[in-house]
Design a binder for this molecule. Sequence first.
Ligand code: ADP
Length: 482
Amino acid sequence: MSMKNKDLLRSKAFVDGKWTDAHSGKTYDIKNPADDSVITSVPDMDEEDVKEAIEIADREFPKWSSMLAKDRSEILDKWYRLLMDNQEDLAVLMTMEMGKPLKESMGEVAYGASFIQWFSEEAKRVYGDVVPNHAQGKRIVVIKQPVGVTGIITPWNFPLAMITRKVGPALAAGCTVVIKPAQDTPLSALAAAYLAQKAGLPPGVLNIVTSNSASEIGKELTTNKLVKKISFTGSTKVGKMLMEQSASTVKKISLELGGNAPFVVFEDADIEAAAEGAIACKFRNAGQTCVCANRILVHDKVYDQFVEKFSEKVKKLKVGNGLDSGVDIGPLINDSAVEKVSELVEDALQKGAKLVVGSNKPEGRFFDPMVLTDVNDEMEMFSKEIFGPVAPVYRFSSDEEAIELSNKTKFGLASYFYSRDIGRIWKVAESLQYGMVGINEGLISTEVAPFGGVKESGMGREGSKYGIDEYLNIKYMLMGGL
Ligand code: ADP
């Protein structure tokens, strides 16, 4: 499988509408995680390059933000169509740089593009308010205005969607952006920028700085006075650091950080549906998503039944190069990811867990998906994000215990549970300390719903009617002397 439109493979950064090299002339290689083959190289930009991109975004902000919302909307809508017209090529490129199976890449392109379409529509609906006045001869008006230049830092696990989820609302609101994609996966971002330009996005409104020195770029984005907003998706560790750095200039921030999703199966659940949901929820992207089930909790009474059904399904998952047909699970992103997953499994095995499906002996970066039983909350994988194709199945025996175990984490992103009892459904859904709850559903992401977390999983929401607020400031005007 190869790309038809070779122009989508870009090897330069994108600043001020131009395909740009680093000042230093330095580049670094982008490799396919399945076989380490070099796809291309991209500029290794530094502080000076990103500073320039920020200045350009700042220069363009007055023009872009004062354009009619309808006109911004039209450009975004054209961009959406171009992304979908090129869905297959973008998917091939994504699988090449990131490893996920082609069918998942196809899904991500559609999912990623949907945010551009959604926010092309929302652009026209940034309404203010007229508030009943508190005194005679005065009027109170509330308007919303774009925050300004926005710095965007994204991870490798969704090379396109993590960008469009932020860029869609930012551009719709009237902000200009400087994006630093993950160093391993800048190619989907650059291809999307190429199509944005074709859709008529003016130069300097969207800028992409590629770099292998994340901390240098991050430092500049978070401390430069011209940047008014930081939107980050990635690890809690880096998120906390960016929050701290952003404090120096009190930037508005959105953070979508790590998760530790519980996936609870109650004794009244439809076990077949729960096993199916757990497969989708756990093994999508080889388990490398922040909303993947990290802890499967099953009621004592249905534990064996669930493990049997679930294991049967896991054994059918096909592992291989994401470009090969029929593959369900691709490679992990890099060697340190493989090592981390292996260590977590080893820790659990040493503390008494049983490996009932799969193997902790990877072939290169490929793991056979694993199911672990006899796991408990003293094992490291109970509190850490596994980010790999490993499904530990915990046991519980009451609703209270299930809720307590589910909330026993510093994270609060996605959670899931299966039950058919309406009373239990409400009680559990309201008791889970999470930003998102899937009820009898293992996949919850959609552009029409607010995605985001509580506790150390971050702040702010992406998608839905709420998503655009992250890129807007509220201004209140009191008119007196009337
Ligand atoms: P992950 O574990 O998903 O790679 P990271 O938080 O390390 O999570 O990476 C997410 C994004 O944050 C990537 O674009 C990465 O380059 C960037 N990043 C990593 N370290 C820093 C840093 N010190 N400052 C700014 N960005 C960083």
